[in-house]
Design a protein. Structure first.
Length: 513
């Protein structure tokens, strides 16, 4: 038995309906009985204080059950089936892959859902006590709206953990990294409106504003009402995308988690989330509002460029696969060249997409390109930043071609590249955001540093010319292009040599008399 009763309850529940029902009824009995005792001991004047304390305890209990124990049970179920070999049997069943993925998501989380459901009923009772002698039924409404948001957030967490677990065979635990990123990035999330919507922070604060008496808070604006709807909608859409990506790995373990099409869908959904977040800019009562639109544009563009690495890696892998298939004779050379040329043009499309998002964010955020707030050199600096973004995307693609053709460990090199080349400028921007105001010069440095090593010169002197970043990225792109072509030719020569070494089997000869 674990020292924490809640953890012991979770690990000992078997998932049967009698056990789950007993847990819910026991939880209700404990909470209501404890509230009754405290109410009798404190007197009727303290009923609201007692109910408020128990409501907070129940909310913490629900968050632990739904956001920690639930996704953890999903990972454990997937890891168990991989370790015992049950996954091979599951792949042979006639059940669709999507149905299997949904089963993995809902089945292990059922116990956590039952415990959270019992806490929801008890919390409704506590909310009713909070409204005692106040004639405020909005408190019960607040509680139930919060329950819906918590369930949707647990769906997003569980689907992400399911996708990662199916991709890596149940090895590792992404929950620790998720919580670490959540805590470390709390100071930056308010500057990335799309992440605010996706994390649920904006929807929770907006719900509280909606049900709080109008005497204390100003009425909700149209943008805030849009945010209340957009936040759960985005969470459900992204959860569905993660479930589909994980389901594709069940019967095709060698298939990439995100191919080119699914990677582009992920990128477009990320762009929509960022734009919606700018449209529903928080009021001053929510996280203090934003003092400037420049950091919003800069950090959002950096995050979007990081997401754009997924379709770039998928396009590089598909291009190499086409050329190797042509060397083996499995695909006509003409078809391989035409499809490969389309895939090799992917950096151009994605780079233009990043620039389009940058301009849309600046326009929707009413910055009027205040990011480039130098009247004499506005066009020159904007051109330099655009060139930095395009060259950096091209360098990303060439690096992915290089590691794939060289046969390196793709996942490790991909993560290392993103951390060193993408997150380092983003961390630098976060330091500037939290330390001081974000002026236009820092904004130009941040956008040019949104991709690999784009602002090496600017990091030493953020107020310097952005053309330094253009020169650095141009040299880097040319070096990566040369190395990638050399590695690709070596891979194709090896494939041609292997194809020539394969000798067809000789037909059997009839026995002679």
């Amino acid at each position: 038995m674990t020292p924490i009763p809640m953890m012991g309850l979770y690990f000992n529940l078997t998932g049967r309906w009698k056990t789950n029902a007993g847990a819910v009824l026991g939880l209700l009995a404990i909470v209501l009985f404890g509230s009754f005792l405290q109410y009798r001991a404190s007197g009727t004047a303290a009923v609201r204080d007692v109910a408020g304390t128990w409501t907070g305890i129940l909310l913490v209990l629900q968050c632990i059950a739904l956001l920690l124990f639930g996704p953890s049970s999903v990972r454990k179920a997937v890891a168990r089936d991989f370790q015992t070999g049950m996954m091979e049997s599951i792949r042979l069943t006639p059940i669709p892959s999507l149905g299997i993925a949904v089963g993995y998501l809902l089945g292990p989380m059922m116990t956590a859902l039952f415990v959270a459901g019992g806490a929801a009923l008890a919390g409704a009772a506590m909310s009713g006590l909070l409204a005692y002698d106040m004639n405020a039924p909005w408190m019960v409404t607040t509680w139930y709206l919060g329950q819906i948001g918590l369930l949707i957030m647990s769906l997003l967490y569980g689907s992400f953990v399911l996708m990662i677990s199916l991709a890596v065979g149940g090895k590792g635990n992404p929950l620790g990294l998720m919580f670490l990123v959540g805590f470390a990035g709390a100071a930056v999330i308010q500057h990335v409106p799309g992440l605010m919507l996706l994390s649920g922070l904006y929807s929770v604060t907006s719900v509280m504003s909606a049900v709080t008496p109008r005497a204390t808070l100003a009425p909700l604006s149209t943008a805030e009402q849009l945010g209340m709807l957009a936040s759960p909608m985005l969470q459900v859409i992204f959860a569905g995308l993660f479930i589909v990506a994980g389901a594709r790995k069940i019967r095709s373990p060698d298939r990439p988690l995100f191919d080119v099409r699914l990677g582009l869908v992920l990128m477009m959904l990320s762009a929509a989330a960022l734009l919606l977040g700018v449209l529903v800019k928080p009021s001053a009562s929510v996280f203090g509002g934003w003092t400037s639109n420049a950091p919003t544009v800069v950090v959002s563009t950096s995050v979007f460029t990081l997401v754009a690495q997924v379709p770039l890696l998928a396009a590089a892998a598909a291009s190499l696969r086409l050329r190797v298939s042509a060397q083996y004779g499995d695909l006509p050379v003409t078809a391989a060249r035409s499809r490969g040329a389309l895939l090799d043009a992917m950096p151009v499309f994605i780079g233009l997409g990043v620039l389009a998002l940058l301009m849309l964010l600046a326009d929707v955020g009413s910055t009027a390109f205040s990011l480039f707030s130098w009247s004499a050199h506005a066009a020159q600096r904007a051109t330099a930043v655009f060139a930095c973004v395009l060259l950096s995307i091209f360098a990303d693609y060439q690096f992915f071609r290089l590691i794939l053709a060289a046969g390196r460990k793709v996942l490790g090199m991909f993560v290392l590249w993103c951390v060193a080349a993408k997150l380092s400028p983003l961390i630098f921007e976060a330091i500037v955001l939290t330390a001081s105001d974000f002026d236009g010069q820092f904004g130009a440095a941040g956008v040019s540093g949104a991709s690999p090593f784009g602002a090496l010169g600017l990091l030493f002197s953020p107020a310097g010319s952005p053309w330094v970043g253009v020169v650095v990225q141009l040299v880097l792109a040319l070096v990566m292009f040369s190395w990638a072509n050399r590695a690709t030719w070596r891979a194709l020569e090896t494939a041609a040599r292997n194809a020539a070494d394969v000798v067809p089997a000789r037909p059997l000869e009839a026995p002679t008399a």
